[in-house]
Design a protein around this ligand. Sequence first.
Ligand SMILES: [Zn+2]
Length: 521
Amino acid sequence: MKNTLFFILLFISVFGIKAQEGFLIRNVSLISMEEDTIVANSDVLISNGRIKQIGKGLQTDGSKVMIIDGTNKYLMPGLADMHLHLWGDSTALRLYIANGVTSIKSMSGKPEYLKWKEQIQSGNRLGPQLYVSGPLMNDISFLQRYVPLPVKFIFFWFHILVFSIIIYTILRIVFRKKIKNHPKRLLIELGLPLMILLIVYVIEYCFVPSIQVAAEGEVCVFSRDWEVRKLVSKQKEIGYNSIKPYTSMRRSQFVTLLDEANRQKISVVGHIPSRVSVDDVIKHKMTGIAHVEELRYHFYNGYDFSGNAIPFDIIDTTGLDNITKRLQKAGIFVTSAIVVCKDYIDRQKNDSNFFSKPEFKYVPTKTLELYKKQGFLTKEQYPEKEYWLLVTMLKSYHKNGVMIVLGTDSQWKNDVHGFTVHEELQLLVDNGFSNYEALEASTKNAAISVNAIKDWGTIKEGKRADLLLLDKNPLENINNTRAIAGLCLNGKWFDRTSLDRILVDLMDYQIKNDREISPSK
Ligand SMILES: [Zn+2]
């Protein structure tokens, strides 16, 4: 309740002051992202949340139109982060806005986020445009970590035994006379329970789902293919934007998932399960791959990947270009998610320096304690060679023209939502992307990845007014995306003071409401 009240007050304080019918950004250097050029001295007129007109020397008739001076400033589409995890904490939404990010995608969903999405759309919650993937889809073996094997065994057989005993008892009472006098009594006495057991087993296997946590959690598990089909339709019905296969899925489950998703016309963006080949990904038409590093399993050459030991000595990347060329041909996009791995390396190099970044003040102290304890991977758990392999894959994708979509995989672990978007942009440039290509990953490509390029992603008349005004040119130095002078979010204007106030209020809130936000909670 306190939480809600705080955000309502914040919402009023931010939107209350700047409410107007429209505004005109005048004399700005326009980076529309429609093409790799800057158009100097442009005017952009915003009305009713849309880009109404782009031109030079535009005149406005109404006094209700606010004028924003864009002299010596640069206007580009708002940024996007298409891979992140919220883990139930909505404060992340504010961090994105303060960082010039106008569209995000939660890559593990639960119904609560769909409510947030609705509230954002209707103007009752402050946040970027929110896309939500369904919960992680995984084989039941994924639960091994949480649920010991004997428990799962009992869970499965418990139904069968209880139902069998009930049915047998009923039959035994109803037909007691007939059984007593039957010449083959012994056969019936022994055979009946076995038969019932078999029938109940078949019914259980074909109709009773495995343990599923789809409704509440951000993970759902299953063991049979038919459950996968049901879950895909259910997730489409609930309103998720895509389905997310996860690492432990069996091949038949993965193929079923893609088959059902294609039938239901819902996209599939997620992991390539370690037991699935790239051939399956292409043949069964996966829409997008959730991280650049997904291809790693395919370089272990028959190695049974246990999830722990990484056998770098047997990695052979000879076939990499071939694979990325085929993915490009199949039109499958890849979300970057580099910064999350770079963080492991940075922490190994200098752990105390890592936490000196100013943005950590927006993380609740208790959560920060968790970061320090849980977010560190040793050199054995995450060797530098693993990062080298990741970068090698990124370069191959880039070289062969695979569409890269910016995602950070931020998830309250080592990262501060929103700030990581600028780090990810920098990492793309560090690894061979031009500044324009990096920006494309976070604007145009992001919109294409959710089939929304007609609505946002570039600055064009008629599109959503999601615009980022910068003091410095991001095409000159990618770091300049941090020099934010103002933000237009769906037609609402936030000047620098408003953005700063979001950050200050958020910091106060985090200090007052110190709590643990964590994937494992
Ligand atoms: Zn993720």
